[in-house]
Design a binder for this molecule. Structure first.
Ligand SMILES: *[C@@H]1O[C@H](CO)[C@@H](O)[C@H](O)[C@H]1NC(C)=O
Ligand SMILES: *[C@@H]1O[C@H](CO)[C@@H](O)[C@H](O)[C@H]1NC(C)=O
Ligand SMILES: *[C@@H]1O[C@H](CO)[C@@H](O)[C@H](O)[C@H]1NC(C)=O
Ligand SMILES: *[C@@H]1O[C@H](CO)[C@@H](O)[C@H](O)[C@H]1NC(C)=O
Ligand SMILES: *[C@@H]1O[C@H](CO)[C@@H](O)[C@H](O)[C@H]1NC(C)=O
Ligand SMILES: *[C@@H]1O[C@H](CO)[C@@H](O)[C@H](O)[C@H]1NC(C)=O
Ligand SMILES: *[C@@H]1O[C@H](CO)[C@@H](O)[C@H](O)[C@H]1NC(C)=O
Ligand SMILES: *[C@@H]1O[C@H](CO)[C@@H](O)[C@H](O)[C@H]1NC(C)=O
Ligand SMILES: *[C@@H]1O[C@H](CO)[C@@H](O)[C@H](O)[C@H]1NC(C)=O
Length: 701
């Protein structure tokens, strides 16, 4: 009995350690919150009751010890007293532990008769328990209720949105004025501050508020700080926060900037003891954006692939091959070549903003603290309290969308905004993240569009209107809902000829190639709506879909049939979270195919040319590149439309702080029309728009 308890203790202990390791380093699976305490308790009980077994293993050995006492010669006799004593000594059978046996006793929790080793095992397992407890309950104990911060959100050519959180002691409101001035590099402390809007911070709104600063010049640097109503500068921020307004989109002079796209983060995962505020992915992003020591000009390990996509190029002939795999070339010279002519200094354009594509908090991972407003707000405060994040948001404007973990796993809102926990979840999302986004297309909605230079963006809300895919007819399922779809189709029509690149931001992947749980949570679960949208995307040149959610990176190409335009999707996550080890969840291509006509020019013997047409089938969706590994991923998207005839988007995928993949997307030149003349072209209804592009998707209405 005791021996089997000892074995049970060892087995439980080993299993427990594996589970805790997986939980803290691989994936913080929610179920661990039951498994870990149970295993620990099981181990503790088994080891406590199994322990006496060791004293029985110790053998009792009898020894006869003869003590010979030689007495001194007495009266000529040699007297020898032989005293025979029988003693019983208890000697453990076990040898004193060798280093090896001690190590294995600790590593494998092998039952050991030595108390010190058993205690060591107990201490190790208890520390592991404390680590798990620290990880899980950190946000509860470090609720960041007094965090003070400010950040910039939406950037317009003439305005900017600023978020400020400034709690007041012993008061129910705190009035904070934004003061601002141009920061034209002269660092002129004489420039007077101008009074901006007043933020009315109240406890009811968790002391956070977004305000708009208007009347600014395009493409101009400004700085701001805060004052109280008596014009006394507030202690935070210690140095003014700087920002740069968006370019004037009416000037068709080409753009050159980059932005960051990623999603999914949880502080201190993978776990490190007593680092509860750290978000390592953002530390890496900080080093990348503002290196303290200049990096070598170019990455050496990255593999580049250029898309010489005839579809996205000027050629009117049908697409032959969208990815020129044979032309994959290494962008950089090997790092160790010093004598060679240095590569031309690649001019790094300014990073204008970051799009955070959801799962900014994990309300229900590893545990769900309930649906009250404070439980959600606490997790936002916690992120803004992170020194890792502070370094980023004080310098880089960030716009957001949400995904399921801002609410609860795989949330489908059914278009009902009073469905718990949606109201409390979105209250926090709104206060902390959404209020500083670009103005919504319709008041009170979370989807929005905006322009930056000559590129246009549409950011979807993939949660509020989502249908329950387990009920009703699949053809009636919707991801975006009627109104948002109309807005998206209208937007496509509007930007068709008024923006060069069109970025569509979806928190969940648009591709259906991701399997497992993705089949229920991504666009794969909405095949009808997706297929109609894809046709619309493919009627517009230069559409790029950005997504996150899968904790993996992939670039997907959606092939268009004759006359259409290929669409590219770049899905990048997590910013700082787990990735799925071992299992590969992405299919390389879809079974669905499209027909494309390939033209081949043959020069005949008589010197005449003949055009031969071939019809070939290509997969509708195809993976260009897939990288699953990496806890810290983001993509840097460089928009370069300075050369009107050769607009290009360069995508750099950064994984764990290193460049992992480069993709160059050659766009189709767009003869930009003025946006103002466009109103008349935009049909008012979704059906009208669909008719215009020749779609009759009666099936999903
Ligand atoms: C707030 O009130 C508490 C007690 O009511 C007091 O000790 C504290 O000094 C006050 N703080 C400020 C900033 O007035
Ligand atoms: C600030 O907001 C609170 C709550 O909405 C309101 O009662 C108060 O009047 C506002 N204060 C000012 C100065 O606008
Ligand atoms: C502004 O000054 C007045 C008088 O000097 C004072 O009563 C008031 O509390 C001050 N307000 C703030 C917000 O400091
Ligand atoms: C691929 O690119 C190389 C070099 O850029 C070019 O020579 C070749 O013709 C291209 N192949 C196709 C099929 O486009
Ligand atoms: C790219 O680099 C790899 C290894 O660094 C090398 O094997 C390959 O030949 C290079 N390709 C080209 C096109 O230079
Ligand atoms: C929302 O939060 C409030 C305040 O914390 C709480 O009373 C309420 O039960 C929560 N749930 C819903 C659905 O409103
Ligand atoms: C929305 O959800 C609430 C809360 O569950 C429910 O009372 C209400 O009837 C729902 N509204 C609709 C239109 O389904
Ligand atoms: C975009 O423009 C092209 C040609 O001008 C047109 O065929 C297509 O239907 C338009 N797409 C949308 C969504 O308006
Ligand atoms: C492609 O073309 C073949 C023959 O031309 C036809 O049988 C097939 O249905 C077409 N496939 C699609 C997806 O249009």
């Amino acid at each position: 009995m005791a021996a089997s308890l000892a074995i049970a203790s060892s087995a439980l202990s080993t299993l427990y350690r594996i589970v805790v390791y997986l939980f803290l380093q691989v994936a913080p699976v929610s179920k661990a919150k039951y498994v870990i305490p149970v295993l620990y308790l099981g181990y503790a009980l088994a080891s406590y009751f199994g322990a006496p077994a060791f004293s029985q293993v110790i053998a009792v050995k009898e020894e006869v010890v003869a003590i010979e006492q030689e007495k001194s010669e007495r009266n000529g006799h040699v007297v020898t007293d032989v005293a025979v004593q029988e003693t019983t000594t208890i000697i453990p059978v076990v040898e004193p532990p060798t280093l090896k046996s001690a190590l294995s006793a600790i590593i494998f929790s092998v039952p050991s008769p030595i108390r010190a080793l058993r205690t060591t095992n107990f201490v190790i397992n208890t520390l592991l328990l404390l680590a798990a407890v620290e990880f899980v309950f950190y946000p509860y104990f470090d609720s960041a209720s007094d965090v003070v911060y400010t950040r910039v959100g939406a950037l317009y050519p003439d305005a900017v949105k600023i978020v400020v959180r400034y709690p007041a002691a012993n008061s129910t409101e705190n009035l904070v004025r934004v003061v601002w001035r141009q920061a034209d590099g002269k660092n002129d402390s004489e420039t007077p501050w101008r009074e901006g809007p007043i933020a009315n911070l109240t406890a009811e709104r968790d002391w956070v508020q977004s305000v708009s600063l208007r009347g600014l010049w395009p493409s101009t640097s400004y700085e701001y700080r805060f004052e109280d109503l008596n014009s006394t500068a507030l202690p935070y921020p210690t140095t003014p926060i700087q920002f740069h307004t968006a370019p004037d989109p009416r000037l068709h002079s080409g753009s050159h900037y980059r932005f960051i796209a990623s999603s999914c983060m949880t502080p201190n995962f993978p776990y490190m003891p007593l680092q509860g505020r750290r978000i390592k992915g953002l530390d890496l992003l900080t080093d990348y954006l503002w290196p303290s020591k200049p990096h070598s000009t170019a990455p050496s390990s990255a593999v580049a692939q250029n898309i010489s996509d005839e579809d996205m190029s000027m050629s009117t002939s049908p697409v032959i091959q969208s990815v020129n795999d044979t032309s994959a070339e290494n962008v950089t010279a090997p790092a160790n070549i010093t004598t060679a002519v240095p590569a031309p200094e690649k001019s790094v354009p300014p990073t204008a903003f970051m799009v955070f594509m959801g799962d900014f908090i994990y309300a229900d991972v590893p545990i769900y603290f309930g649906d009250d407003a404070e439980a959600y707000r606490r997790l936002y405060r916690r992120n803004y309290n992170s020194p890792s994040f502070r370094k980023v948001y004080e310098r880089l404007p960030i716009i957001h969308t949400y995904d399921d973990h801002e609410i609860i796993n795989n949330y489908a809102g059914l278009g009902n905004s009073s469905l718990p926990p949606y109201p409390n979840a979105t209250n926090a999302f709104e206060l902390y993240n959404a209020d500083a986004n670009y103005d919504p297309i319709e008041e009170g909605q979370y989807y929005y569009d905006f322009r930056y230079g000559d590129a246009a963006f549409f950011v979807m809300d993939t949660r509020k209107y989502r249908s329950d895919i387990f009920s009703d007819e699949p053809s009636s399922h919707t991801m975006l809902g009627d109104k948002q779809l109309t807005a998206l189709y209208n937007w496509l029509g509007k930007v068709n000829n008024t923006a060069v690149f069109k970025f569509v931001v979806s928190s969940v992947p648009f591709t259906a190639l991701w399997t497992y749980e993705a089949l229920e949570d991504t666009w794969a679960a909405f095949p009808y709506e997706k297929s109609a949208l894809l046709s619309a995307f493919q009627s517009v040149p230069n559409v790029i879909v950005l997504s996150g959610d899968r904790h993996e990176f992939a670039a997907i190409e959606f092939a268009a049939g004759d006359g259409g335009h290929n669409v590219l999707e770049v899905s990048t996550s997590p910013m700082s979270m787990f990735y799925v080890p071992f299992i590969r969840t992405l299919k390389p291509r879809s079974e669905e195919v499209v027909n494309r006509t390939r033209e081949e020019v043959i020069i005949k013997e008589d010197g005449n040319m003949e055009v031969v047409k071939h019809v070939e089938e290509v997969p509708r969706e195809k993976v260009l590149k897939y990288i699953a590994e990496g806890n810290y991923k983001w993509s840097t998207i460089e928009v370069d439309t300075r050369d009107y005839a050769h607009p290009v988007v360069r995508v750099e995928i950064m994984i764990d702080g290193k460049p992992a993949y480069h993709l160059e997307v050659l766009g189709k030149p767009i003869k930009l029309q003025s946006t103002t003349a466009l109103g008349a072209l935009v049909p008012q209804s979704l059906r009208g728009m669909l008719d215009r592009i020749g779609l009759k998707p009666s099936r999903w209405f």
